[in-house]
Design a protein around this ligand. Sequence first.
Ligand code: SD4
Length: 332
Amino acid sequence: MTDRRNFLKASLAAPALVAAGGASAATNDSIQLGTPCVISTWAFGVPANKGAWAVLSKGGRALDAVEAGVRIPEADLKLHTVGRAGYPDRDGHVTLDASIMDEFGNTGAVAAMENIAHPISVARRVMEKTQHVLLAGDGATQFAIEQGFPREELLTPESRAAWKEWLKTSKYKPGASNLGTPGGARNHDTIGMLALDAHGNLSGACTTSGMAWKVRGRVGDSPIIGAGLYVDNEVGGATSTGVGEEVIRNVGSFLVVELMRQGLSPQAACKAAVERILKRKPETKNIQVGFLALNKKGQAGAWAIQKGFSFALCDKIKQDRLEPGQAFFKAT
Ligand code: SD4
């Protein structure tokens, strides 16, 4: 135990530590946005936010906004980490995870779903048309088809070629720098989105093809409510990106929301959740996990294990803002 503690102390003091101002600083500088607003993970969040903004700017509901927003990266054939064209599992199957949560605490999700290009919209149907919260595997695909979603081949020639290249080594190693795949392709990056509408209501969505080259049947944090996404309309919402196993172990997004309930700013809450992951398992300093949060006042914040995480913000003043996420380490 002592060793573990010492290791953590050493890890957090390592030269790679890049948190601006050190461990206690920079915890209250969440970004104030106007209402309505929408935020999302990574640079592909910029076009996604614009899709959400088309709904929010007309007085639409946050739930409709987040669904419309994340459908944009889900449809993007150049993106290999979300929706159609996502990198497959180790056996060549594209399996998608998604979840959605509204201002009433209703939620729906799909996990390891194949052959349907817009998992977020299926997740919404699970929420609205069934008495369940999560459908998985073949059952999720069957439900989607019953609901009128087209069955599609999601593995594109480009993703297939990347998988064939990966098969030459078959090494599964989610790197700290996110550049763990042959040819430098990113092997993970989820879109998580949180919106606050003109009525002051919050909703969130999270969608991904999960970790590239994963074991068949693997489910990440994105469809697990409380892990990859959580929204409490009294407090705020949170979502995550990165190696989902570590987010699930710590029920990350729920933790961020509960910390905001206790009075922490969105950024401080995200930082504390990342610290929790590092404290419980110091080796996580070698992987990436990032949290993003938005509170009821329209304040946004983020924190990640590794530098390199970014998040997109959008409100009436500016619709294409991209901010670097603060982090504890610089990937080497
Ligand atoms: C997962 N959290 O399936 C997702 C992958 C991801 O950035 O976000 N990557 O574990």
